[in-house]
Design a protein around this ligand. Structure first.
Ligand code: DC
Length: 232
C-alpha cells in the first residue's frame, strides 16, 4: 500500500511561523490527505473571547468563557477560488480576522486554558477518526495523537520566521514593523514552551525538521520520504 492509500496520521508540531501550515497544506493536497489546522481553532476561541470582552490587560475571564464556550461552533469550508479551507466561527467566515496581530497577541493566553484545550483536543480527534490526516500544532505528537504514525517537529531561526511573517502580513496590508513581529514570535515561543498545559515539546519519537534553509519542495520531499519509510 502506498502512503495515500494507507491513511496515516501525521503530526506536525513546532514553533510559531515556521511554515508548518504551508507545508502541511501542500502535502495534504499532494497525497490526498485531510489537513487540519489546530492553531486556527485556538485562534477562533480567542476571537470569540475578544468579541465578548473577555480579554483585558493580558487576562482572560475564564469563568465567563467557560460558560460561553459551548456557543462556539468551529468549521472549515473549502474555498474553490482560494483552493484551500477557510475557518468559520458559528458559520461566519473569520479566516482573515483570526490571523490578525490582535488575535496573534492574545491567542497564547487562550491556548493555555485547560478546558479550552480539552475541548479542542476532543474536536481534533473526532475530525481525524478516519485517518489520512495531517494535523499541525504544538501538542499533536505529544497529547492529541501520541501514537501518530509519523511525528515531525518543525522549527526555523527566529529571524527567518519573523521575516516570513512580516512579509505575509505586509502582503495583506497590515502595517506592522519587523520589530513588533519579532517580539510577537519570541513571546509566543516563550509562552508556548513554558505554559503548564501541554507545553510545546518535541515528542521523544519526533523527527526534527529545521527549515531555515529549505525550500517548500525540499521540505515536502523530506516528509514524503519519511512517510514512505513508515509504510515500507
Ligand atoms: O499555529 P498557530 O500560530 O496558528 O497557533 C496559534 C496559537 O495557538 C499559538 O500561540 C499556539 C497555540 N496552539 C496550541 O497551543 N496548540 C495547538 N495544537 C495549536 C496551536
Amino acid at each position: 500500500m502506498n502512503i495515500s492509500e494507507k491513511k496515516l496520521i501525521i503530526a506536525i508540531d513546532g514553533h510559531s511561523s515556521c511554515g508548518k501550515s504551508t507545508v502541511a497544506k501542500d502535502l495534504a493536497k499532494k497525497i490526498n490527505y485531510i489537513y487540519i489546522d489546530s492553531g486556527a481553532m485556538y485562534r477562533v476561541i480567542t476571537l470569540f473571547a475578544m468579541r465578548n470582552n473577555l480579554v483585558k490587560n493580558e487576562k482572560v475571564d475564564e469563568n465567563k468563557l467557560s460558560h460561553l464556550i459551548d456557543q462556539v461552533s468551529i468549521s472549515f469550508k473549502y474555498n474553490d477560488r482560494k483552493q484551500g479551507h477557510e475557518t468559520y466561527l458559528n458559520n461566519a467566515l473569520v479566516e482573515d480576522e483570526i490571523r490578525s496581530l490582535e488575535v496573534s497577541d492574545n491567542v497564547s493566553l487562550i491556548a493555555k486554558i485547560r478546558f479550552v484545550r480539552e475541548k479542542m483536543v476532543a474536536f481534533q480527534r473526532e475530525l481525524s477518526k478516519d485517518g489520512g490526516v495531517i494535523m499541525d500544532g504544538r501538542d499533536i505528537g505529544t497529547v492529541v495523537f501520541p501514537d501518530a504514525d509519523l511525528k515531525i517537529f518543525m522549527t526555523a531561526d527566529v529571524e527567518v520566521r519573523a521575516i516570513r511573517r512580516y512579509k505575509e502580513l505586509k502582503d495583506k496590508g497590515d502595517t506592522v514593523s519587523l520589530e513588533e513581529i519579532r517580539e510577537n514570535v519570541k513571546k509566543r515561543d516563550y509562552i508556548d514552551e513554558n505554559r503548564d498545559e501541554s507545553p510545546l515539546r518535541k515528542a521523544e519519537d519526533a523527527i526534527v525538521l529545521n527549515n531555515s534553509k529549505l525550500s517548500k519542495e525540499e521540505q515536502l520531499d523530506w516528509i514524503i520520504a519519511k512517510m514512505n519509510e513508515v509504510v515500507k
